[in-house]
Ligand binder design. Structure first.
Ligand code: UD1
Length: 345
């Protein structure tokens, strides 16, 4: 894959958001794309699917970002790296409550290693997958990027808070280094081609894959709590289509590379701005899938915040980002993907 193009390293490129972002990058930019993944929650099939959708190729490394020697050896062999988009991380709130040290080790050491390589090699652009979980139980909704961060409700959320802090310090210490921190709300749905989507290796912990698996009889949905202080008693989240999230990454990358950033570090909320209760999400699924979902009501899940949704004004204005997909689109695309996956097996 030798050419003179500039190279973007995507970590976690076989994962859910990473794979959808590589598709956008291959379709919308000329950069060489190199993906690094250790397949802890993904498979090589994601790469085949990206190649089949885009008709384009890209280089890959199968390695663990926490393995400093292997990582540095691999990155040193790649020419003309100008930026990183760092997705690779563990991302389950409940798992992080059970295994905090695993989360701190993986999410923070991988970030440290990448920042070390980037700053030692004068690579100027860095995009980080942060999360709305950094806000904790915010006092006011919707949250803007200036909303004060409350206590993290889980080790996962804490690794994202610490990750943001680390990047802030590194940006301050390195005059040429610029970063964009993207705080995702709840990415859901699948590519509209129906050829790629979320593919959790183990039992998923997130709502939408559990809904679609329940609808095909492969899982059973328990709704965690209906006694919250919200309009119907269920938790509120800001679900956003994964392709809208992927598109924001291409825009954030161009924003940095074209020097449109006003600050060395920029923070953006990536949500639709709509707070949706778990019950409303289930209703949307039932409408677009045309089937009733059987679920049971359970107790509250440790680590869950009550309600969160975004003020996304800044991302729209600064990145020129627009939301394309509705809640029904999210559910329908997730449902198509689930049915295609089932047909494949
Ligand atoms: C959290 C983070 C989010 C991050 C995501 C990564 C917060 C506020 N958000 O999402 O930024 O991207 O992790 O995994 O911490 N639910 C059920 N039954 C289930 C599963 C989920 O009722 O079996 C409910 C949850 O209680 C919650 C909603 O569905 O109210 C969404 O949960 P989930 O999809 O797991 O995402 P978050 O934990 O909100």
């Amino acid at each position: 894959m030798e050419n003179n193009h500039q190279t973007i390293i995507v970590t976690g490129g076989a994962g859910y958001i990473g794979s959808h972002t590589i598709i956008e990058l291959l379709n919308k930019t000329d950069y060489n794309i190199v993906s690094i993944d250790n397949f802890s929650n993904s498979t090589h099939k994601a790469y085949d699917r990206i190649r089949s959708i885009t008709g384009k190729n890209f280089q890959t490394f199968d390695l663990d970002l926490c393995d400093t020697n292997q990582l540095f050896e691999a990155l040193s062999s790649v020419k003309n790296i100008i930026g990183f988009i760092h997705f690779a991380a563990y991302k389950s709130v409940p798992e992080s409550v059970d295994k905090p040290l695993v989360y701190y080790h993986n999410n923070l050491n991988s970030l440290n290693n990448l920042l070390k390589f980037a700053t030692e090699n004068n690579i100027k652009h860095f995009i980080f997958s942060s999360s709305c979980s950094v806000y904790g139980n915010a006092d006011e909704l919707p949250v803007t990027e200036n909303t004060p961060l409350k206590k993290a409700e889980s080790p996962y959320a804490h690794t994202k808070q610490i990750g943001e802090d680390i990047i802030n310090y590194v940006v301050n210490a390195n005059p040429d280094f610029n970063a964009v921190l993207l705080r995702y709300f709840n990415p859901v749905g699948a590519h509209m081609s129906g050829k790629i989507g979320e593919f959790p290796l183990n039992r998923p912990n997130n709502l939408v894959p559990i809904i679609t698996q329940t609808a095909v009889g492969k899982n059973t949905l328990t709704v965690f709590g209906n006694d919250y202080d919200t309009r119907d008693g269920y938790c509120i989240r800001d679900y956003i289509h994964v392709c809208d999230i992927a598109d924001a990454h291409v825009k954030a990358l161009n924003y940095l590379i074209n020097k449109k950033n006003k600050n060395k570090i920029s923070l953006f909320n990536l949500g639709t701005g709509n707070g949706v209760t778990v019950r409303e999400a289930i209703k949307s699924f039932e409408k677009v899938a045309g089937k009733k979902l059987n679920y049971t009501l359970g107790g509250r899940r440790p680590g869950d915040v009550v309600a969160i949704y975004a003020d996304n004004t800044l991302a729209k204005k600064e990145l020129n980002w627009q939301i394309e997909y509705s809640l029904d689109d999210m559910m329908l695309s997730a449902w198509h993907w689930q049915k295609n996956l089932d047909a494949e097996i």
